[in-house]
Ligand binder design. Structure first.
Ligand SMILES: [Zn+2]
Length: 651
């Protein structure tokens, strides 16, 4: 590799402890080895990814790859493999693989699983692909909220529910995507590719937003890149999906409405469209009048609700909007936060570097003031910041009496199946959907404000039922039927108000859903803690608790100073000292020669045997709250060779 090529590598955008720094190679390599070789979780783990020294790494039992990121001549980033041992775990990236239920079943049979039930079609990594793997892995590590290591479980080996998502693979990472309405080509089934971050710029372009001097996927503004304003949003990782835009008509929507059917699998939706000609008439109507992406839209990584919703709502990946996972660790305050756990009041977790579509609609069309300006609505939607109506920020606009009356009026939309099956959770989510329907009906008919210019509407039932019954179950079919009825009520209301023809509709989901072998009760990150590693784990993330150790041998050759700090800086930006760490000096075969404990300042002195050469002396640091460190006196690390441990001779 030449010096010139080296210089173009672009590591994490905002370094803040994510990935493995030099003080974490020992614990990081040990953790990767546990995840890939543990007798229980090893066979359940697809791969482990990290960022080290500005280079991205993916480790699997079948091989490893290191890749780097640099600016592409045509704009954005390009990725280049710089090391590979055995099989590149994410080499297969075909976005058109496993596009139907039949293909999922065939992949399961090819994986060696018996049976042809799509709802238990477990698939091994050898029969999966990882669309946009390099982009989707690298973006994660741009946020200081990102982990040291991220685990990608095998598609069928995570958690205790029959359906699951979160992983990088094509099944869990593919969402349906339909655009329908003014400016969209009618009746198109396109094989064009799309990503969640393309949705917001597409809406912005169709709705006539001006181009601005904002940041692109590389984090640089148009001005910094030396070009005219070329993005629609403050941070825009995606691009408008021009393949579906009807240039001839030049019709411009007056408003946009996103229906998000949480967790609905693209192959399940396509199966219903192909095999149930009388089913889901309202979705069928939108699809027939619009453009559907045959191979869906690829999600954020991890492919999980809160990060993905905010990727759709901002046009920026999780590594840039900073809600990187349902639950994550803030190193500087030593605090675990869980936006998805607390559900409400989560706008404050969204990073300052991005702009939501609500904020952008207000920037372009004005703030809502009485009967003037743009009115925006977030209905049960996890992306909320800037919305005038935001259920999950507890800002509900609309007459409470009308909302209650409409919720009662449409209570019969809830299938009796959920209670008959003892599925209280699904029943509750169905009631939430009815409340969402009531909000939509009120928001477009309430005379105290203009009808919403932009609505982002989350429908949770398809996700809850996908988890509890599986992605291709009778339950999922019933859940989709319910969603379709509610969408139909909203479409008819818009027609009655004369708003239908001017509305751009988007139908999508936040992630896919894969059949899971719930009997495995797989929990890869917990196995790391159980093996004795000190770490904060927020599945699928691992934040290692490490010490930064500096050994300074004095010139007299008889003493050395050891400084032990926490590897993660605190809110002051400095690494705080670690008091009470046990420091030992030893040589090969001679046992412990000296022992000391660090002071409140994280420092201790140790005597050195005059006869021993520095390169034969080893310093070991132990503290009950941190992973141990082993160094040579000259500071060189002493730890296992992960390549030899995993692949020595075998590959
Ligand atoms: Zn979800």
């Amino acid at each position: 590799m030449t010096t010139t090529e080296r210089r173009i590598a672009i590591g994490p955008e905002r370094p803040g402890g994510q990935g493995l720094d030099a003080h974490q190679h020992e614990s990081g390599d040990h953790t990767i080895r546990i995840l890939l070789t543990d007798p229980v979780v090893g066979p359940q783990t697809d791969f482990v990814a990290t960022c080290r020294d500005g280079v991205y790494e993916v480790w699997a039992a079948r091989g490893m790859v290191r890749f780097e990121r640099g600016y592409a001549a045509a704009g954005g980033y390009a990725y280049r493999v710089i090391e590979q041992i055995g099989e590149n775990p994410v080499e297969r990236q075909d976005p058109r693989a496993l596009a139907t239920v039949d293909e999922e079943v065939a992949a399961s049979i090819a994986s060696g699983f018996a049976g042809d039930d799509a709802n238990t079609a477990y698939i091994e990594p050898a029969h999966l692909t990882y669309p946009l793997a390099y982009e989707r892995i690298a973006q994660l590590f741009d946020s200081p909220n990102a982990p040291d290591l991220v685990v990608n479980p095998k598609a069928y080996a995570f958690g205790r529910q029959p359906g699951q998502h979160g992983a990088l693979d094509v099944v869990q990472s593919r969402s349906p995507l339909v655009f329908s309405g003014p400016g969209i080509r009618r009746g198109l089934r396109t094989d064009a590719l799309s990503r969640q971050v393309d949705i917001a710029p597409t809406i912005a372009k169709l709705c006539g937003f001006p181009l601005i001097d904002g940041r692109d996927s590389t984090g640089r503004t148009s001005g910094e890149r030396g070009v005219a304003p070329d993005v629609y949003l403050k941070r825009q990782d995606g691009q408008p999906l021009d393949a579906i835009i009807d240039d001839a008509g030049a019709a411009r929507p007056e408003r946009a409405y996103i229906f998000l059917l949480d967790g609905l699998s693209n192959s399940e939706l396509k199966h219903r469209l192909a095999h149930d000609p009388d089913g889901i008439p309202n979705l069928r109507r939108l699809i027939g009048a619009g453009a559907m992406f045959e191979y869906g839209s690829f999600t954020n990584f991890p492919s999980i609700t809160w990060p993905s919703h905010n990727a759709i709502g901002t046009g920026a990946w999780g590594g840039h909007h900073d809600i990187v996972n349902p639950t994550y660790y803030l190193r500087e305050t030593r605090e675990v936060v869980t936006p998805q756990g607390q559900v409400v009041d989560t706008a404050r977790f969204l990073g300052d570097g991005v702009e939501t579509l609500y904020e952008a609609f207000h920037r372009v069309f004005g703030d809502w003031r009485g009967a003037e300006g743009a009115f925006t609505a977030s209905i049960h939607e996890p992306c909320t910041r800037g919305a005038d109506h935001a259920t999950l920020e507890r800002t509900v606009i609309g007459d409470r009496g009308r909302l209650r009356a409409l919720t009662d009026e449409y209570a019969g939309d809830t299938s009796p199946k959920w209670l008959e099956d003892g599925q209280q959770g699904a029943h509750g989510e169905s009631i939430i959907e009815t409340r969402g329907l009531a909000q939509a009906l009120v928001l477009y008919t309430d005379e105290t404000h203009p009808p919403p210019t932009f609505t982002f509407h989350e429908m949770p039932l398809t996700d809850g039922v996908g988890h509890d019954y599986g992605p291709h179950s009778d339950g999922e079919r019933a859940a989709l039927d319910e969603a379709d009825v509610r969408i139909g009520r909203i479409l008819r209301m818009l027609e009655a108000r004369g708003l239908y023809d001017g509305t751009l509709f988007v139908v999508t989901t936040d992630h896919g859903m894969a059949p899971t072998d719930a009997s495995l009760k797989a929990d890869q990150v917990q196995a790391v803690v159980d093996a004795g590693m000190k770490a904060v784990v927020c599945a699928p993330f691992i934040y290692l608790l490490d010490v930064a150790v500096t050994v300074t041998a004095h010139e007299d050759g008889r003493t050395a100073m050891v400084e032990v700090l926490a590897a993660d800086a605190d809110a002051s930006g400095e690494r705080p000292p670690v008091a009470g760490a046990e420091v030992t000096v030893s040589t090969h075969g001679a046992g412990v020669l000296a022992r000391a404990r660090t002071s409140d300042a994280g420092i201790c002195g140790v005597p050195l045997p005059a006869a021993a050469a520095p390169e034969d002396l080893f310093v070991t640091v132990h503290h009950p709250d941190y992973n141990p460190r082993h160094l040579r006196l000259d500071g060189a690390p002493v730890h296992e060779d992960l390549r030899a441990a995993l692949y020595g001779g075998a590959l």
